[in-house]
Design a binder for this molecule. Structure first.
Ligand SMILES: *Cc1c(COP(=O)(O)O)cnc(C)c1O
Length: 388
């Protein structure tokens, strides 16, 4: 019998079915899924429109490189048009978040003819060489060095640190809300300052919206909270409505400097991915997903803050829209386990944060369920901390 290589710590349950914001284990227990496959299922598991589009596409054409045009690609471009990042009419599809970041970094190097990259402490951009080189966590990165360099990591949300951006820098890559790093939103002034200094020094500003993008934070793109327009937007996770796909969005002035052969991908932009993105874009618009994420996120954060900030081990509750972190003063492992025992799935961020990446379909009752579960997790963690 073969064994699956366990590079992830097992969660100890077998999920056999999932629909909308819920999942069921093989014994029929129902879970509220605020893990959502690292947020991929933001539009809900097996969103009906995504399923319908994929099924229809399976009956037409499945394997096709983007050297050939196909009706679903045309439809996708039409549906994405009103959602595209500001002034970015060009899109190129890849298969995963890390690939979107890789391509973004390649673009910066090609356009600027410079080598140095700037990223931030606590950043996460992916696991392949280029994106790993701009990922902060040494545990992920150091065993594989040398990677793509040179990279300098600056303090996130520090205006002062941005003095390091000079004429040698090809790109500054930033998450508008750091996800893996602990659900840490960028300050308004910080994002504005990155925009200004990159423009002044001729470096590109790449926003990594792999986790924040496609409605989750209450805007289609999280950078839109900051009144700036970056040069490159990398997107994945939610954009495929559950299907593995990523996208890089570009303005005219960058697209026209790229040439045939500058990048390539065998699977990228295949018809199934295009079908999934088309459906996801329709859902986002028809269901006013960003607006719902904003309203529900505010409600959820308020509820969690009011009920949980009284506990000593809770340091802070923060987030944007439906990207929410409950930062503890201790490791959140036990809390996440207790929350799971209460049939709510969550995940860790940074060293001390419980993270909720809820599908936009979450209801007030679901939030109460999650709140009760979290309270139990926090009480269990607190009593363990007191007894040791
Ligand atoms: C998940 C994530 C990635 C990597 O995406 P993969 O699809 O796992 O390669 C990159 N950047 C951010 C911000 C992410 O959250």
């Amino acid at each position: 019998m073969m064994k699956y290589l366990e590079l992830y710590k097992g969660r100890g349950i077998t999920i056999s079915n999932a629909k909308d914001q819920y999942a069921w284990d093989k014994d029929g227990n129902k879970y509220l899924d605020l893990h959502a496959g690292y947020g991929v299922a933001f539009l809900g598991h097996r969103n009906q429109k995504v399923v319908d589009y994929l099924k229809k596409q399976l009956d037409e054409v499945m394997a096709l490189t983007t050297a050939f045009d196909t009706p679903i690609r045309e439809e996708m471009l039409k549906e994405l048009d009103p959602l595209k990042p500001d002034d970015m009419p060009f899109v190129f599809l890849l298969n995963s978040g890390t690939e979107a970041v890789e391509f973004s970094l390649k673009i910066a190097k090609k356009l600027t003819k410079r080598k140095k990259l700037i990223a931030f402490k606590n950043s996460f951009h992916g696991r392949t060489a280029g994106s790993l080189s701009v990922t902060w966590n040494k545990k992920y990165r150091e065993p594989f060095e040398p990677l793509v360099g040179p990279v300098e990591f600056l303090d996130y949300n520090s205006l002062d640190s941005l003095k390091a951006v000079n004429e040698e820098v090809a790109a500054v890559i930033v998450e508008p809300v750091q996800g893996e790093g602990g659900v840490i939103p960028a300050d308004h002034e910080f994002m504005k300052a990155i925009r200004e200094i990159t423009r002044e020094k001729g470096a590109l500003m790449i926003v990594d919206e792999v986790q924040t993008g496609f409605g989750r934070t209450g805007k289609v793109w999280a950078y839109q909270h900051y009144g700036i327009v970056p040069d490159v937007v990398a997107s994945a996770k939610a954009i495929g409505g559950g299907f593995p796909v990523s996208a890089v969005f570009l303005p005219n002035w960058i697209a026209e400097k790229l040439e045939e052969g500058d990048h390539g991908t065998t699977y990228g932009g295949n018809p199934l991915a295009a079908a999934a993105v088309t459906a996801a874009a329709k859902v986002l618009k028809e269901d006013s997903v960003p607006e719902q994420a904003a309203t529900k996120g505010d409600m959820f954060i308020k509820m969690l803050s009011e009920e949980l900030e009284q506990y000593k081990i809770v340091r802070e509750i923060r987030g944007k829209g439906l990207m929410i972190g409950i930062d503890l003063r201790v490791n959140p492992g036990l809390a996440i386990k207790v929350i799971q025992d209460e049939k709510v799935l969550s995940l860790k961020a940074g060293l001390t944060t419980i993270r909720f990446l809820s599908p936009y379909l979450i209801t007030k009752e679901d939030m109460e369920w999650a709140l009760d579960a979290t309270r139990k997790g926090i009480i269990a963690t607190e009593s363990k901390a007191n007894s040791s």
